[in-house]
Design a binder for this molecule. Structure first.
Ligand code: B12
Length: 212
């Protein structure tokens, strides 16, 4: 039994088998971040490479995602362990046109684990929906996720809309962005308050945005 078996389960779309494998690794005391990064995320990267090479297609990518999600469901209580009182409210979502949600879910789990109250709007989220949710929930931060290069202009639209709402609608929300096509330079250019490379960075960034 090893983390490599979890990697293999994602690669072979074994969404039944992966549950027992993850439970066994947790029982053996393996660090959750190792299960996550070497097992689940590493395997999804491999699937992404195969998709680029044309050796797997969308249905396989979807099966791999479902297998990864089954593993994340088991890890969630460990990632979201926190008895602390909420450190702030974060509205999170994947931007318009983009249906990828595994990274967003992972970021959300870690933020909850760090004691933030999370409002998850799901995927394909319109800028106006981010604004309404931020206002209704008195959010401190809006977190935007995107995996497609076509999500970059959508992210910019959401950031610009949120900045306008901050000026005109008595909203005071900060915006952080993340996902493989974006980086710090892009975040700066579109006027976001911060960028995080992964879920751990998202937590560190959220803390500094709430308590500058
Ligand atoms: C699984 C998957 C799918 C699944 C998604 C299922 C789901 N429920 O999410 C399905 C099959 C639906 C899918 C569809 C498509 N996909 Co797809 N997909 C992937 C795949 C293999 C894995 C993505 C993933 O979950 N990674 C693991 C997570 C944990 O990583 P992550 O999302 O990067 O998140 C981390 C960080 O980025 C960061 N982060 C993420 N969000 C945020 C937010 C904030 C605020 C912060 C701070 C940090 C942060 O923290 C996360 C955790 O560490 C990638 C390949 C890859 N290597 O990423 C392709 C990939 C993203 N897909 C791709 C493509 C092309 C598509 C399709 C267009 C294919 C098609 N022809 O239909 C469609 C688009 C559908 C749509 N409209 O969105 C391309 C994108 C290329 C591009 N540059 O635009 C990729 C890169 C594959 C490739 N190599 O070509 N896909």
């Amino acid at each position: 039994m090893a983390v490599a078996d979890i990697y293999d389960a994602v690669i072979t779309y074994d969404d039944d088998g992966i549950r027992a494998l993850v439970e066994a690794e947790i029982g053996a005391g393996t660090d959750v971040s190792v299960i996550l990064n070497d097992g689940i995320v590493g395997a999804l990267d491999e699937i992404g490479r195969k998709f680029s090479q044309g050796t797997v297609f969308v249905p396989e990518m979807l099966m791999a995602a479902e297998t990864a999600q089954a593993a994340l469901d088991i890890l969630k209580p460990l990632l979201a362990q926190s008895g602390a009182k909420p450190k702030g409210t974060i509205v999170i979502g994947t931007v318009k046109g983009d249906l990828h949600d595994i990274g967003k879910n992972l970021v959300g789990m870690m933020l909850e684990g760090a004691g933030f109250h999370l409002v998850d709007l799901g995927t394909d989220v319109d800028p106006g929906v981010f604004i309404t949710a931020a206002r209704d929930n008195h959010a401190d931060i809006v977190a935007l996720s995107g995996l497609l290069t076509t999500s970059m202009p959508e992210m910019e639209k959401a950031v610009v809309s949120l900045a306008q709402a901050n000026n005109s609608r008595n909203l005071q929300v900060k915006v952080m962005v993340g996902g493989p096509p974006v980086n710090q330079e892009f975040a700066d250019r579109i006027g976001a308050n911060g960028y995080g490379v992964d879920a751990t960075a998202a937590v560190a960034l959220a803390r500094t945005l709430v308590h500058p």
